[in-house]
Design a protein around this ligand. Structure first.
Ligand SMILES: Nc1ncnc2c1ncn2[C@@H]1O[C@H](COP(=O)(O)OP(=O)(O)OP(=O)(O)O)[C@@H](O)[C@H]1O
Length: 621
């Protein structure tokens, strides 16, 4: 087969351009990336050969060989792992399959400095080779196949693939180093880099200059099997970078050995920044499962509940059989026990951190709170623990506060914990439904994560106090006293009789577009707001569902009017004098106004514009 030339996927070409041109400050990490890939490739083959022994035959012990050739100016990184065939090469080294790629690409600004730090979080893996090499040639043969291949590229838009009979099982990457990267031909430099970044790699990493003796550079023992006292903070961090394909500092490292009925070792990390795929619909976990130090899979769905999917790391079980198949891992009782243990441990570590350092905990919460809260809804047994770990923004507290603190601040006469749901704290703070609460000094939780719409109703109450939405018609503040000054400053309300007549007129004018019309004591500055009746979907949830096309109809709401507002008082007088027709346009505008404040369209935009124009004309005239 002749040499075949192919273009890189557009995203890869763009990424490569940035990698090469944006002066990566830390070029040496290319070696960590390639060694990490080589180690993954060996892990994969070791696992596959558990059931298909012929695959790993004849390749010797697993190892990674790094060879320096000063005369040729090349650095070679070779492994005897799983290798790649023609199609693997095209899909692995020509495209980016990683989830979150599209989002990541859309965030690249073209500003080298910003992009470099973003790439730092995303990781460029194999492509980082082009930071130091002007051409990269990969010789590879897939385990179990006879045909070898050569892949080559200068990283400028295209690559070639051709058959190659010299390729041995595994992959050999030959980097033709750029003039400004010749430092990576110095053995002492490479030794230091490997020690620094790849010491924890569980298979030997060997280094040699051409025609000289090889030396093993790393410790070659799985990091998690060592005792904690023998592991430095840097080693933990480097292992995190390797296992998570991450580039940030871990926020929390949990390393422990569970002994007793079920034995396993866990080395778990909470990342320091938000991974890109956190809100992918699959909600996959990212733990790597090992059995007696042999890699099994990173797709053991039952190992961790989805609400802890931000964790990275490894779990090494003593109790599962080595030849455990991926199918056997489903509904596996050993795995179920490990999962229970992991959840318990992680939640208790989070609790410790929350108690020890509220500020540091807030950083965690901002990254992963929205994910953890899914557990309140999904994990019946742990929901109380998770609520206790949850933090909230409110109308009163600066920063983040716990639900217990909110309960402790409840006012005399306050029966329930109140909350508001919406898109942003800033908008929520302005919403009319909150006015009465703010006036009476009643604290309200401001909830802006979509998941809040689900866990709050499922929790129902906390410490014996019901959780009630401020847009719920039953939220009643009459028992809470406002301070005297606020009370005295209130404008006079319309009298009851004219208010009743106005309410009757509004009901007739608006017909089935409203569920009810009533006077409200939750408003101070606004004339109207919409609230929901008991059992109705909240306004915010309806908006979310509409955005996802899950509902397409408006649910009629209760229109509450402010009897102390000038507009309401004027309208009440008009009705008395001229009947309901006198306020027909105003009734609709009132309803539309309440809808707009909720972020919704007027019921009929054309009618809305016509009525508004007509009223403005009269007003201006
Ligand atoms: N030495 C190797 N042997 C076999 N396959 C490899 C090797 N190096 C890379 N690959 C394949 O190429 C794919 C892409 O590698 P790359 O380093 O770009 O991304 P990754 O390792 O999946 O993720 P990350 O970008 O986070 O490192 C790998 O997932 C793997 O399938």
């Amino acid at each position: 087969m002749a040499e075949e030339k192919r273009e890189f996927q557009a995203e890869v070409a763009k990424l490569l351009d940035i990698v090469v041109h944006s002066l990566y400050s830390n070029k040496e990490i290319f070696l960590r990336e390639l060694v990490s890939n080589a180690s993954d490739a060996c892990d994969k083959l070791r696992y596959e050969s558990q059931t298909q022994t012929h695959l790993a035959e004849g390749g010797g012990e697993f190892c990674i060989r790094i060879q320096i050739d000063k005369d040729a100016g090349t650095l070679t990184i070779a492994d005897n792992g799983i290798g790649m065939n023609h199609d693997d090469l095209i899909s692995n080294l020509g495209t980016i399959a990683k989830s979150g790629t599209a989002e990541f690409m859309s965030r690249l600004s073209g500003d080298a400095k910003k992009d470099t730090s973003l790439i730092g979080q995303f990781g460029v893996g194999f492509y980082s080779a082009f930071m130091v090499a002007d051409t990269v040639t990969v010789f590879t043969r897939k385990a179990g196949e006879t045909q070898g291949w050569r892949w080559e590229s200068d990283g400028k838009g295209s690559f070639t693939i051709a058959e190659d009979d010299s390729a041995e099982r595994g992959a050999r990457m030959v980097l033709n180093l750029r003039d400004d990267a010749k430092e990576f031909l110095e053995a002492h430099r490479l030794r230091a880099i490997i020690k620094r970044y790849s010491d924890h790699i569980a298979i030997p990493v060997m280094l040699a200059e051409k025609d000289k003796d090889e030396e093993t550079v790393n410790s070659a023992s799985a990091l998690w099997t060592r005792s904690k006292a023998d592991i430095t903070a840097e080693q933990y961090t480097e292992f995190y970078h390797h296992v998570a394909h991450a580039f940030d500092e871990p926020w929390l490292t949990v390393h422990y050995k569970a002994e007793g009925a079920i034995e396993y070792t866990g080395l778990l990390y909470v990342p320091g920044s938000k991974p890109f795929d956190l809100f992918q619909p699959e909600r996959k976990n990212h733990l790597k499962l090992y059995v007696k130090r042999i890699f099994i899979t990173d797709e053991a769905a039952d190992l961790l509940p989805p609400y802890l999917r931000f964790l990275r790391g490894v779990v090494d079980s003593q109790d599962l059989p080595l030849n455990v198949s991926r199918e056997m891992l489903q509904h596996n009782p050993v795995l179920a026990k490990i999962k229970t243990g992991l959840v318990k441990r992680v939640l208790s570590e989070l609790k410790k951190k929350a108690e020890a350092d509220a500020e540091a905990y807030a950083a965690f919460w901002e990254n992963f709170g929205a994910v953890l809260k899914e557990g309140i809804y999904e994990d019946f047994e742990r929901k109380t623990d998770i609520v206790a770990l949850s933090r909230f923004q409110t109308t009163q507290a600066e920063g983040w506060t716990s639900l217990d603190e909110v309960v402790a601040r409840m006012k005399d006469g306050q029966e329930a914990i109140y909350y508001a749901t919406g898109d942003s704290v800033a908008n929520l703070k302005k919403s009319p439904q909150l006015e009465g609460f703010i006036a009476k000094g009643v604290e309200v939780l401001l909830l802006t994560d979509p998941i809040d719409e689900f866990w709050v109703p499922s929790l129902g109450e906390w410490n014996g106090k019901k959780l009630i939405s401020v847009t719920d018609g039953s939220a009643d503040l009459s028992a809470v006293k406002a301070d005297e000054q606020t009370e005295a400053a209130k404008p006079e309300a319309a009298d009851n009789a004219s208010l009743d007549t106005l309410i009757a007129a509004l009901k007739l004018n608006l017909g089935d577009k409203v569920r009810d019309v009533r006077a409200s004591d939750r408003l101070t500055n606004s004339a109207v707001c919409l609230v929901t009746d008991a059992g109705q979907m909240s306004l915010h949830l309806e908006k979310l569902l509409k955005a996802h096309k899950q509902v397409d109809q408006d649910t009629p709401r209760i229109l509450e009017i402010n009897p102390r507002h000038g507009l309401i008082k004027t309208m009440a007088e008009r009705v008395k004098a001229g009947g309901r027709e006198a306020v027909e346009d105003a009734s609709w505008l009132l309803l539309d106004q309440a809808r707009i404040v909720e972020g919704e369209m007027p019921a009929d935009p054309v009618d809305f514009a016509r009525r508004l124009a007509s009223i403005m004309e009269k007003g201006i005239g």
